[in-house]
Design a binder for this molecule. Structure first.
Ligand code: SAH
Ligand code: F3S
Length: 483
C-alpha cells in the first residue's frame, strides 16, 4: 500500500508533528501504528486537540500528553505497542507529569482492561470516540482515568478538518468509509472499528477542495472496504434497504464518488484503498479507465488462492470469480498494477491449498504484495470455531515461498517499465541519495531520478532506465502535461 513490497509489523510507530499554533502551550506527542486509516485518524485527533491548546512535539521527554494510536490486526502488532508502553514507563521517570493515552483498535478491543494491564495508561479511547477527547483529557488532567470505547452508527468525523501530520505537502489521505461489515473469519477489524458507514460526498469534496487550495497534488480515498461506499443520506450500510425510495434512488456509490472527485478536481491525482474483490464492480474499473487523474493501481487483497480456504475465511468469492475479475481489469486497463494481501497458514490450510495460492500468484503476477502468517485474533469467528492447526514452522515456510515468488513477480513487473517515459509526482528526497528525488508513477511504483531543478510537487516525465524489484531508476526529461 505504501510502495514497500513487504510490510513487516512496524517496530516503531510514526511520531507525528505539524505546524505550531500560536497561543497553544500544551505539548502532545502522538504516534501511529498500523494502517493508513490510523494515520488519518491521528490527524483528526491532532486537529481536535489543537483546539484544546495542544501543539505536537517530536520529543517524548517534554510531552504533557502522549497518545499512541494502536493496531490489533496481528498479535505482533499488539506486542509492539506493549513494548512501546514499557519505554514510555522509562520516560516517565524523567517526565513524571506526562499522561498516556491509548487510541485505536487495541483500545477498542481491550477497553478498561488496558488500565489494569498497563499501569502507565491513563486514557483509553476507541476509534469512534475521538470527539470526546477534550472531556476525557480534562478528566485525566484532573488525575482521573478515562475510558470511552463506544462504537457509533454515524460517526465519520465528516466535519473535522484533519491537520496534516508529517505532511510532504503533496499527498494526503481522505477517509470515505469507516468500519467493515464483511466479517472475514480471521479479522478483528469489524469488532474494533464497528459497522460500516459512509461519509457524505459533500464533506469529502470539501476536504479535497481544502487540500487543493493548499496545493496538494494527490489524494488517497481511504476505507477498510472502499468499493462498498454507499451514501444515502447517512446511516449504516446494512440499513440501506430500509431507507426511503428517494434516498435509495439518489444514493451515491463508489464508482459515482470516484467520478465526482475526478471531474471536480481534474488536476488532482486520485488513489483509493482498500478494495475487497467481492464489492468491486466493473463500473469502478470503467470509471478508472475514463479518467487520467485516477491512478492505474488497485490493491486487491485475496488472502488465498484456494476456494476452500476462501470459503473458510468467509470471503464472498471463489478463486474462479477472482480470476474473472482480474481478467476483466486487465482487459479494460491493460497497464494497471495490482497488489495483493496474502495470509499463509490459515486454519486447515493444506499443502494443496498453499500451492493454489502460488499458482494464483503466477497467474496474476502482482506488482506488489503484503504477506502475513496467520495470527489468531481473540473474538473472531476463526478463533471461536476453527483450530489454528498449521504449525508455526510450516506457516513460516509457506510465507517465505509466497514472499520469494512475489519478489520475482515484482521484478518481472518493474522490468516492464524500463524504456518507458512515465509521469511521476515528486514526493520528496530519495531515502538513499540526497541528490535524487523520489515519487511514484500512476501504478504506484517508486521512481528515483536526479533532482536537477525540479521540486517537490512537480509532475515530471521520467525516462526509466533501470530497476530493482522495488524501484524504478531514471532521468527526468521535462514537465508532464499535468504540471
Ligand atoms: N480491508 C482492509 C483489510 C485490513 S487488514 C484494508 O484496509 O486493507 C489488512 C490485511 O491484514 C488483510 O488483508 C489480511 O491479509 C491481513 N490480516 C488480517 N487479519 C489477519 C490475521 N488474523 N492474521 C494474519 N493476517 C491478517
Ligand atoms: Fe477485515 Fe475482511 Fe473487513 S479483512 S477489514 S473483515 S474486508
Amino acid at each position: 500500500m505504501n510502495g514497500d513490497h513487504i510490510i513487516e509489523e512496524k517496530k516503531q510507530g510514526q511520531a507525528l508533528v505539524t505546524e505550531h499554533i500560536k497561543g497553544n502551550h500544551k505539548k502532545l506527542f502522538i504516534e501511529s501504528y498500523g494502517c493508513q486509516m490510523n494515520l488519518n485518524d491521528s490527524e483528526i485527533v491532532a486537529s481536535i486537540l489543537a483546539k484544546q491548546g495542544f501543539n505536537t512535539t517530536k520529543r517524548l521527554e517534554e510531552a504533557d500528553l502522549v497518545l499512541v494510536n494502536t493496531c490489533s490486526i496481528r498479535d505482533k502488532a499488539e506486542q509492539t505497542v506493549r513494548k512501546r508502553l514499557q519505554y514510555y514507563n522509562k520516560i516517565k521517570e524523567i517526565n513524571p507529569s506526562m499522561k498516556v493515552g491509548v487510541l485505536g483498535c487495541m483500545a477498542e478491543r481491550l477497553k478498561a482492561k488496558f488500565l489494569e494491564e498497563e499501569k502507565i495508561v491513563d486514557l483509553v479511547v476507541g476509534p469512534d470516540a475521538y470527539r470526546d477527547l477534550p472531556n476525557l483529557v480534562e478528566e485525566v488532567e484532573a488525575g482521573r482515568d478515562a475510558v470511552n470505547v463506544i462504537l457509533s452508527k454515524e460517526e465519520t468525523y465528516g466535519d473535522v478538518s484533519p491537520v496534516r501530520l508529517n505532511s510532504n505537502g503533496v499527498t494526503a489521505f481522505v477517509s470515505i468509509t469507516r468500519g467493515c461489515d464483511n466479517m472475514c473469519t480471521f479479522c478483528v477489524v469489524p469488532f474494533t472499528r464497528g459497522r460500516e458507514r459512509s461519509r457524505d460526498p459533500k464533506s469529502i469534496l470539501k476536504e479535497i477542495q481544502e487540500l487543493a487550495d493548499k496545493n496538494f497534488k494527490e489524494v488517497t480515498l481511504l476505507g477498510q472496504n472502499v468499493d462498498s461506499y454507499l451514501w444515502y443520506g447517512g446511516g449504516l450500510k446494512k440499513d440501506f434497504s430500509k431507507a426511503s425510495e428517494i434516498a435509495q434512488a439518489t444514493a451515491v456509490n463508489f464508482a459515482q464518488l470516484l467520478d465526482m472527485c475526478a471531474i471536480a478536481f481534474p488536476k488532482m491525482r486520485f488513489r483509493f484503498s482498500t478494495s475487497n474483490p467481492q464489492d468491486m464492480t466493473l463500473d469502478v474499473i470503467h470509471t478508472m479507465a475514463k479518467h487520467n487523474n485516477i491512478c492505474k493501481y488497485i490493491h486487491l487483497p485475496v488472502q488465498s488462492g484456494s476456494t476452500r480456504m476462501l470459503e473458510k475465511m468467509n470471503r464472498q468469492h471463489t478463486r474462479e470469480e477472482y480470476i474473472e475479475l482480474v481478467d476483466n481489469i486487465y482487459k479494460i486497463i491493460p497497464d494497471i498494477a495490482l497488489s495483493q494481501d496474502m495470509i499463509a497458514g490459515f486454519c486447515g490450510e493444506t499443502e494443496e491449498d498453499h500451492q493454489q495460492t502460488l499458482s494464483l500468484m503466477e497467474y496474476v503476477k502482482y506488482d506488489f504484495g503484503f504477506m502475513f502468517a496467520y495470527s489468531e485474533r481473540p473474538g473472531t469467528l476463526a478463533e471461536k470455531r476453527m483450530e489454528d492447526d498449521v504449525p508455526l514452522e510450516i506457516k513460516k515456510r509457506r510465507l517465505a515461498e509466497i514472499i520469494d515468488l512475489q519478489q520475482e513477480h515484482s521484478l518481472y513487473r518493474t522490468k516492464q517499465h524500463v524504456g518507458n517515459i512515465e509521469e511521476v509526482l515528486i514526493e520528496g528526497t530519495s531515502k538513499k541519495s540526497d541528490a535524487h528525488w523520489k515519487g511514484r508513477n500512476t501504478q504506484n511504483t517508486v521512481v528515483v531520478f536526479p533532482k536537477e531543478n525540479y521540486k517537490i510537487g512537480d509532475f515530471v516525465n521520467v525516462n526509466i532506465e533501470d530497476c530493482t524489484s522495488t524501484t524504478l531508476i531514471g532521468k527526468a526529461v521535462g514537465y508532464s502535461e499535468n504540471q
